[in-house]
Design a protein. Structure first.
Length: 163
């Protein structure tokens, strides 16, 4: 049973590889289309490089803080650091966490209604969720909140909604 997620991940990677191969075999179009595609690609890579630099700094600092918490609080484990890093990295791909993806939910910004998929914001939300999970207050908050937002959703101005 424990190997099912690993098997599902391997099947997903194989499917992705097949789709990638298909896309790469497609015609790039005429010279103008190829030039436009090249500029889009370069811009996207520059953006991702800057985004990943910020994410790396945030994840390292937050992971150190979580590691300290895991050593101070008896009921926790250093595994929380691994869970946080995994959540911060995968958050934008799933527009929320994996549980949201499985249950058909997504996280949206309270002000704009757009999907909440920024690396830094998603990582901050996951960090708050991990830290606040040690307190009973967020659970009690959820029971009495009219909008049914958890405390970390209030802090990050997000909602969890059905897709």
């Amino acid at each position: 049973m424990i190997y099912m997620p690993i098997g599902a991940a391997l099947i997903g990677l194989a499917y992705m590889w097949i789709k990638r191969s298909w896309v790469l075999k497609q015609d790039a179009g005429d010279g103008k289309m190829a030039e436009i595609s090249s500029h889009i690609y370069e811009g996207a890579l520059a953006f991702l490089k800057a985004e990943y630099k910020l994410l790396a700094i945030f994840v390292v600092v937050s992971s150190v803080l979580l590691a300290i918490v895991s050593q101070v609080v008896e009921s926790t484990s250093i595994l929380i650091v691994i869970a946080f890093i995994f959540g911060a990295i995968t958050y934008p791909f799933f527009i929320g966490n994996i549980g949201h993806k499985i249950t058909g939910l997504k996280v949206i910004d309270q002000k704009t209604g757009k999907e909440f998929k920024n690396f830094i914001d998603g990582g901050f939300r996951e960090l708050l969720k991990n830290l606040l999970s040690y307190l009973i207050f967020p659970v009690i908050w959820l029971l009495f909140d009219k909008k049914k937002q958890n405390l970390y959703d209030k802090i990050t101005n997000t909602y969890v909604v059905e897709k």
